[in-house]
Design a protein around this ligand. Structure first.
Ligand SMILES: Nc1nc2c(ncn2[C@@H]2O[C@H](COP(=O)(O)OP(=O)(O)OP(=O)(O)O)[C@@H](O)[C@H]2O)c(=O)[nH]1
Length: 428
């Protein structure tokens, strides 16, 4: 009945593209086994730097650099991946806190709860969805025409054809079965239907007993991988875990710097390598984490499009090298998705899953997008545990996904307020 809209929103769009470059690394007093190099991109001879982060609250101390030569053993990687990696010189510079960062830590803004940040972040999707609902409900009794218009509203919020059809069918059933009459009743029924779709995605990431627990992070360019790693470092530290970051985005020099800034901000070590390859850096990081008894390694990778086959092959090799470094790893493969890409997320999940075996999702930038409905499309068409959602650039703006909390934030105040304090958990 909505052929036009279905055609329009059932199609996936084409995403943007990625770009290449380099990286650098850390580790101080530890012995790193030789990093594995991906065959077509042998490791370059370059120093490995280990930033010792200044404590956020500490006043800027004069920068000090300690150089410690570190012997590196032969690479323990598969033949086709192995390459002689030169013995790196490990330097331990103190990272000066960037001015903007220092300012932030000196005068922290008053903190809002996660629930409030989530509500604020989802404002545009809520507007898209709720605005449509309000105008429909404001002028009609419930009938088939209203359901049709509601269908358009859901498609506009990027729920996708499949989830929209499912929601509308469910709503029609409830309407007749429960003899719904008012707008509030219909909206609550819609919220319940959405909650039912999203609940299976609510599978929090549990850090297992493996040490280090290796989390590989992938996604297209600009999805929010590096930023999410920074936020996750803080999140895990708050749980009492020690964290080490691996600057596996060796294509973009700025990405390494960005990760080192996050490392400094969280006071965690970053393993990076100037001009090396991703597999080598991450292999090093795992060795370093093992030597230091670190709980979690967060491994960044360069952004890439599923259509860039050579880069997809490269990330598959990164994964294989992780397995060589630790046959039980990676213990989590997180795909980071920018909510703004809407339906294109489905194609990304499928392509990355095929290449590296995605075990969890992070959906970022739910603030500022009207396409938050994409979570429903993911749930229906390529369900993967949605570990975290991001609703801002702040360090605390990434939290575990909770379906009820999300739905309530979307439908506030009509539905959520009734449940407030009941089953909507507060994180922060
Ligand atoms: N508003 C908002 N911005 C975000 C969020 N997460 C990340 N960003 C911003 O998105 C931009 C890109 O983030 P990055 O972390 O650099 O993305 P990336 O995936 O590492 O990018 P590449 O290294 O190019 O692949 C940055 O400006 C981040 O601050 C979020 O949840 N909300």
């Amino acid at each position: 009945m909505f052929g036009f809209l279905k055609k329009k929103f059932g199609k996936t769009e084409q995403a943007e593209s990625g770009q290449p470059a380099s990286a650098d690394g850390v580790d101080q007093d530890l012995r790193a086994d030789a990093p594995a190099a991906v065959d077509e991109a042998p490791a370059t001879e370059s120093p490995v730097t280990a930033p010792a982060a200044t404590t956020p609250a500490a006043p800027a101390a004069p920068a000090a650099t300690v150089s410690v030569p570190v012997p590196v053993a032969a690479a323990q990687v598969p033949d086709q991946l192995a390459a002689e990696v030169p013995v790196p010189e490990v330097t331990v510079p103190e990272v000066e806190q960037p001015a903007a960062l220092a300012l932030e830590t000196e005068a922290p803004a008053p903190r809002r709860s996660w629930g409030d940040r989530l509500k604020a972040g989802l404002a545009r999707t809520r507007q898209q969805l709720g605005g449509g609902l309000a105008s429909l409900f404001g002028r009609r009794k419930i009938d088939e025409d209203l359901l049709e218009e509601l269908e358009s509203t859901l498609l506009m919020a990027d729920c996708g054809v499949d989830a929209t059809q499912h929601l509308i069918d469910d709503l029609r059933r409830r309407w007749k079965r429960d003899r719904l009459e008012t707008a509030d009743q219909l909206q609550k029924a819609l919220a319940d239907g959405l909650h039912a779709i999203l609940t299976p995605l609510e599978q929090p990431l549990v850090i297992g007993t493996q040490r280090p627990f290796i989390i590989m992070i992938a996604g297209v360019n600009g999805a929010g991988k590096t930023t999410s790693i920074g936020k996750l470092a803080k999140y895990f530290q708050n749980q009492g875990k020690s964290v080490l970051l691996a600057a596996g985005d060796t294509f973009r020099a700025a990405a390494r710097e960005q990760l080192m800034t996050w490392g400094a901000r969280n006071n965690v070590a970053v393993v990076a390598q100037d001009g090396g390859d991703a597999a080598a850096v991450i292999f090093d990081a795992i060795s370093a984490a093992r030597a230091r008894n670190i709980d979690i390694v967060l491994a960044d990778t360069a952004g890439r499009l599923p259509t860039q086959l050579h880069l997809m092959e490269e990330i598959a090799k990164v994964r294989r090298v992780i397995v060589k470094a630790d046959p039980s790893g990676p213990h989590e493969v997180l795909l980071v998705l920018d909510a703004n890409i809407g339906q294109n997320a489905l194609a990304q999940v499928k392509a990355f899953d095929k290449t590296i075996g995605v075990t969890g999702l992070v959906v970022t930038k739910l603030d500022g997008t009207a396409k938050g409905g994409v979570l429903a499309a993911i749930a229906r068409q390529c369900p993967k545990p949605l570990r975290f959602i991001g609703v801002g650039e702040g360090i605390d703006d990434l939290q575990p996904f909770k379906a009820r909390e999300f739905v309530d934030a979307l439908f506030e105040p009509a539905v959520g307020s009734a449940r407030k304090g009941k089953d909507a958990g507060e994180h922060a």
